[in-house]
Design a protein around this ligand. Structure first.
Ligand code: CP
Length: 330
């Protein structure tokens, strides 16, 4: 599980082009991303009903297998699966037999012996979700909920869905991703998703030390300062936290980072007046984002979390081979 080049190698789509696993955005056609968004849009009102349930995954068992910390992704997957009427099993890795030395594959095979239908996997190793997808039974689906610094496809999809909801047609938009691009699986997946969706202009803004080598080859405009030039004409600003858990030594102190790269109201005014501010969370107030920005009317950070439920419901629905439009299950 070392090189992330040309991943995923494992097939995500079956011979008919239907989603079998969701491991990365790479290679997914635009039409499929739009089908996910249409399906997600049909689920938004489920959360607003008194009875927040659709029977799409009734009788199915979804297993949350999180080897790394999570608040938003794990809980929104749980809420999404329960709203689809699935049985949900959350394995607490810290108190599981993993701590007694059980291997990932043995854990997987034991859970599969309980007739699990879907695994939602987060792991600190890049490639872990793909590895699991290679070893599950053919009828079982795997969703990558974040693997190392490689990919976080459901975050990218819910972020793109949020952009579409607030800003409309992608081809008309200038989107800037700001912060620790080097270690961010969210940034990698977002770049793939926004390109697939035909975004007008995509910028990355970061200190040189937090930019991957040859980042330009991914078709982005690169800026190394958060200033009037890099924020000019920007419609969407996506802030990222510094992934301290993946950094062994840092050149910038938190206060210095905030001074140069933190988004304040003053810097936000350099973008388009109606620009929206996004962040996948968790946010570090006073490091990459000022509280005044995180809580301002242009911030859609909590809306991203709400949309995350609908987008994850859509992904699980398509993985189960179902369609859902206007409340009709078929
Ligand atoms: N955005 C995201 O992945 O958040 P969590 O780590 O809380 O799941």
């Amino acid at each position: 599980m070392n090189s992330t080049e040309n991943w995923p190698r494992h097939r995500q789509l079956d011979a008919q082009g239907r989603l079998q696993h969701l491991l990365a955005i790479d290679g997914l056609p635009r039409a499929l991303l739009l089908e996910i968004f249409d399906t997600a849009a049909s689920f938004i009102n489920v959360g607003e009903k008194t009875m927040k349930k659709a029977p799409i995954l009734r009788g199915k068992t979804v297993v949350n297998l999180f080897f790394e910390a999570s608040t938003r992704t794990r809980t929104t997957f749980e809420v999404a699966a329960k709203r689809l009427s699935a049985d949900v099993l959350n394995l607490n890795i810290s108190t599981s037999a993993t701590s007694k030395g059980e291997s990932l594959l043995d854990t997987l095979h034991n859970l599969q012996a309980m007739q699990a239908d879907m695994f939602i996997v987060r792991h600190e190793q890049s490639g872990a979700a793909e590895f699991i997808a290679e070893h599950v039974a053919p009828q079982v689906s795997v969703i990558n909920a974040g693997d190392g610094s490689h990919a976080h496809p459901t975050q990218a999809l819910l972020d793109a869905f949020t952009v579409q909801h607030f800003k409309g047609e992608f081809s008309q938009l200038c989107i800037a991703i700001v912060g620790d691009i080097l270690h961010s699986r969210v940034a990698r997946s977002e770049i793939m998703a926004f390109h697939a969706l035909g975004v007008g202009e995509l910028r990355v803004i970061a200190p040189k030390t937090l930019l991957p080598k040859a980042i330009e080859s991914l078709g982005v405009q690169v800026f190394t300062h958060l200033d009037a030039a890099s924020l000019k004409d920007v419609d969407v600003i996506i802030m990222l936290r510094i992934q301290n858990e993946r950094i062994h030594s840092s050149l910038l102190m938190a206060e210095e980072y905030f001074y140069f790269y933190g988004l304040t109201l003053e810097k936000l005014r350099l973008a388009k007046p109606e620009a929206i501010v996004m962040h996948p969370g968790p946010i570090n107030r006073g490091v990459e984002i000022d509280s005044a920005v995180a809580d301002c009317p242009q911030s859609v950070i909590l809306q991203q979390v709400t949309f995350g439920i609908a987008v994850r419901m859509a992904i699980m629905t398509l993985l189960a081979g179902q369609k859902h439009q206007s409340g009709v299950v078929g």
